[in-house]
Design a protein around this ligand. Structure first.
Ligand code: MRU
Length: 367
């Protein structure tokens, strides 16, 4: 196995160490393995998993050991790198066949997170381009370099989102958030939670209200874990409470992440986000979405947003451990909903805050 430790994006990642105190995922340059923190076990156990097998990465995404749109995208890109590096192909045609197989497997893991498709397409294009050289070693190195570039770009985007978003937060603000959008949903720092983290690092005296985020409990398990580690004060509420919380004046604004945004501004995010937006809107409070431009699909048709429907057992039980209802009840378990643009005050991206009309202003930042 070649030594890839000198690749430029790995060197660049070292520059961001101060922002990456908690690592959710990384490429081990010593062993050429992909490593991730298993979010299913948090907040009770901190267990890192490692693999050389892209199918294991696909399984980790599917079972939500790795979750959150940007983290899914970066992990899938590294999955492609594993498929190439550990392929037994004897020439570049065979290698491309293995890479395409990995691409299809990884693509089929989760349907809503746009970053997944964006990252996989980028890596596949890079592989196709370099395979023209006929040298499998060149293809392997190019794929790993592209995956690491996507990784470092995500870190950079998160920090910029934090910087832009923090300007919208005043000293003393109470910020309501839904689902986990922090380190555990990205390759470091976070999007909506990154904005909160940045404001905190700037010394603003803020407080967070996080929903529990049924049924996978990304709020109760993952936000609690991250916010506690940072020492940011927070209160946990159930998903039915944001209406009352806004009405009682307990929250000043809401910031959430996104799994997919289209040019019209329609935003797919964790189920329950739409209700948070309605509650904020009805109480004249700002509702912001924070996401990198890699989450934006160049479509103007909300029908293009695929909503993942997950296993009913997630709703019938608490994390598969405790049965909440009768085992055979009919359940509907969509993992995401779509918030219409009229409820979104602004979309915080790494290129700045985008305000309505989204169709014009989102197009402009993507040019
Ligand atoms: O089902 P999940 O946990 O992958 O859903 C995650 C979300 O809905 C996040 O808000 C979104 O991916 C943005 S993460 C920065």
């Amino acid at each position: 196995m070649s030594d890839y430790s000198a690749l430029a994006p790995f060197k660049e990642l070292e520059k961001y160490e101060e922002y990456l105190k908690i690592k959710s995922l990384y490429w081990d340059i010593g062993t050429n393995e992909f490593v991730w923190l298993d979010t299913r076990l948090l907040p009770f156990e901190e267990v890192y998993r490692r693999t050389r097998d892209y199918k294991r990465v696909a399984q980790a995404i599917k079972t939500m050991e790795i979750r959150g749109a940007p983290a899914i995208g970066v992990s899938a890109a590294y999955g492609m790198a594993l498929a190439a590096l550990y392929s037994k192909a004897r020439n570049s045609e065979e290698l491309m066949r293995d890479i395409r197989e990995a691409y299809e497997t990884l693509r089929s893991t989760r349907p809503t997170a746009y970053n997944l498709f964006w990252a996989l397409d980028r890596v596949l294009n890079k592989a196709q381009e370099t395979s023209k050289s006929g040298d499998p070693e060149k293809v392997k190195e190019a794929i790993l370099e592209e995956a690491a570039t996507i990784h470092v770009e995500d870190v950079r985007s998160n920090i910029s989102i934090g910087k832009h978003g923090s300007k919208l937060i005043d000293n003393g603000d109470v910020i309501l958030t839904h689902c986990n959008t922090g380190v555990l949903a990205t390759s470091g720092f976070g999007t909506a939670l990154g904005v909160i983290r940045y404001a905190w690092y700037e010394g603003k005296k803020i407080k967070v209200i996080t929903t529990e985020t049924r049924p996978v409990l990304q709020g109760a398990r993952l936000n609690v874990w991250e916010l506690k580690k940072e020492g940011i004060p927070f209160t946990l509420i159930t998903d039915g409470m944001p209406g009352l919380v806004f009405r009682q004046g307990m929250a000043d604004l809401a910031i959430v992440g996104a799994d997919r945004i289209i040019l019209t501004g329609h935003t797919a995010n964790k189920i329950g986000t739409y209700m948070v937006a309605l509650a904020a809107f009805d109480n004249d409070k700002p509702f912001y979405v924070a996401a990198p431009t890699s989450t934006i699909q160049k479509s103007t048709n909300p029908e293009d947003i695929v909503i993942e429907v997950r296993d009913p057992e997630e709703v019938r039980t608490v994390l598969g451990r405790y049965r909440l209802t009768l085992p055979d009840v009919d359940v509907y378990n969509p993992s995401f909903d779509i918030t219409p643009p009229r409820y979104i005050t602004g979309i915080i991206t790494e290129k700045g805050v985008v305000y309505p009309p989204y169709i014009r202003n989102l197009r402009a930042i993507l040019e």
